[in-house]
Design a protein around this ligand. Structure first.
Ligand code: FCB
Length: 471
């Protein structure tokens, strides 16, 4: 009896310590369930100045982006001799948005949208280092003018994954001077369009660019080099700050933000400390670090097995808004026997996933908004959220649920100022090529005919309901 008692106490203490550690590493929002029926009874709180938009990116829709790293990548082979893009597809004319932008702007109007996010293709604007093509800037100015004539607010992205070949050859964002090189380009674009464009986003998803290009090797330059990935991640964030400063110098009134992809990581079991810690480290390193960088100017990155980095730009608060790209979450289990030390766990049936293989998880949007809002009171624009759904059976429900969640976040005091569905059109979805269909409008690539998907009508209905509610 005498021996059993201390052993029992020690055991209880260990159990307690374990529970405290699990709680410490667990995201408090992880178990959130939002009741759709209750959300439907919330009054609509989107406000008069809410931006209702759709997003695109140049390479994915414009066509003829033949001078960038992706045009090279799509013709190259992986080390096993396979094409980089599904079935060896090439982007080519894409959705021919370059020529059809007027028609496409009418598509925005048809859905009662008042905002459009698009990117300017760096490789077209600066085809050779330091040489700027005025005719290309003329084109983007015509797009901006056409948007204004139709009462639609432009939000321009300066860098959306693609680099000019000359920049890629020099080493792209591996270079320490890459922020200055991108800022020179930003300066030229803003000198030209700044009087007509209020909203600028500097860089799309630094974390995705770094991980896909330097860890998973699914984006150019297709390297497996985690240490380089961290440097590239850091340089992209530095490039954001350099662009922010360059834009503000020309147009102090401009609203400038960075586009953060927040793909949540969750543990399969909430009692398993290793899984919970894994999720914590992934979320902190890949998502929270970006928001903390914006507010503090310090890039603090640490991911066991990948590396560490601490870099202080000395420039906190170099942003006017946060752009949030939210799609889904990933569930990972710690596994010491695999090379990556983790494995993805699929907890849903295949038929419940989107065509991209992603879970539909609207609560995650609330959680991402909450994570940002707890770090900054500045406005948040949801700059991407959408579903790859060729059958179109789930698009309406997806849009409604994510907007209901956004509405809830507004009621809870979060400063959400806009929502941009990804994407206006079906487009070239990077390594999936034309296989997956995110568009509010379907594109028949043989004829370039655009057709409104039935599920997208839900978006217009909610916008109109909100407008009515406000008047
Ligand atoms: C985002 C990208 C965008 C598109 C969507 C589906 O990560 O920014 O270009 O590919 O995913």
């Amino acid at each position: 009896m005498k021996k059993v008692f201390p052993a029992f106490v020690v055991l209880m203490i260990l159990v307690l310590l374990y529970a405290v550690a699990v709680k410490w590493f667990t995201d408090p929002d992880v178990a959130m369930v939002l009741d759709r029926d209750r959300l439907r009874t919330d009054s609509l709180g989107f406000g008069m100045d809410f931006l209702w938009g759709a997003s695109t990116s140049a390479y994915q829709v414009e066509g003829n982006c033949t001078n960038c790293n992706w045009s090279q990548f799509e013709t190259s082979l992986d080390p096993h001799g396979h094409p980089r893009i599904a079935h060896g597809q090439k982007c080519g004319l894409a959705s021919d948005h370059w020529n059809r932008y007027k028609e496409d702007i009418q598509l925005l109007k048809e859905l009662h949208l008042n905002a459009f996010r698009f990117s300017v293709e760096w490789s077209k604007v600066e085809p050779e280092e330091g040489v700027f093509a005025d005719s290309v800037l003329d084109h983007y100015e015509r797009v901006v003018d056409e948007l204004h004539v139709n009462g639609i607010e432009p939000l321009i992205t300066l860098h959306h994954f693609t680099n000019p070949i000359w920049f890629e050859r020099k080493g792209g964002f591996e270079r320490d001077d890459s922020p200055a090189i991108l800022a020179r380009f930003a300066t030229r674009v803003v000198q030209r369009l700044g009087s007509k464009v209020r909203f600028w986003s500097t860089i799309n998803e630094p974390n995705v660019y770094a991980v896909e290009g330097y860890v998973r090797a699914t984006f150019p330059p297709a390297k497996h080099d985690p240490a380089e990935a961290i440097i590239v991640f850091r340089n992209l964030l530095r490039a954001h700050t350099a662009c922010y400063q360059a834009i503000k110098k020309i147009r102090p009134e401009a609203q400038v933000g960075l586009l953060a992809n927040i793909f949540l990581f969750d543990p399969p079991e909430r009692w398993n400390l290793l899984d919970v810690m894994l999720a914590h480290y992934l979320n902190t390193a890949l998502s929270v670090s970006v928001i903390d960088y914006l507010t503090t100017g310090v890039f603090d990155f640490s991911l066991p097995g990948m590396g560490r980095e601490h870099f202080d730009t000395g420039v906190p608060e170099a942003f006017d808004f946060v752009g949030l790209n939210y799609y889904s979450r990933l569930v990972y289990r710690f596994d010491p026997f695999t090379e990556e030390k983790m494995v993805a766990v699929q907890h849903l049936r295949r038929e419940d996933l989107t065509d991209k293989g992603w879970e539909i998880y609207p609560e995650g949007l609330y959680r991402a908004l909450h994570m940002i809002s707890s770090r900054t009171p500045k406005p948040i624009y949801i700059t991407e959220n959408g579903i790859a759904d060729d059958s179109d059976l789930r698009r309406a429900g997806f849009i409604e649920d994510h907007l209901l969640v956004t509405n809830r976040a507004l009621h809870d005091g979060m400063n959400v100022k806009g929502y941009f569905y990804w994407s206006l059109l079906d487009n070239f979805e990077w390594t999936d090529g034309f296989d997956v269909r995110f568009g509010l409008y379907a594109v028949d690539y043989a004829t370039q005919k655009r057709t409104l998907r039935k599920g997208s009508v839900k978006y217009r209905e909610i916008i109109m309901q909100s407008d009515k509610w406000l008047h």
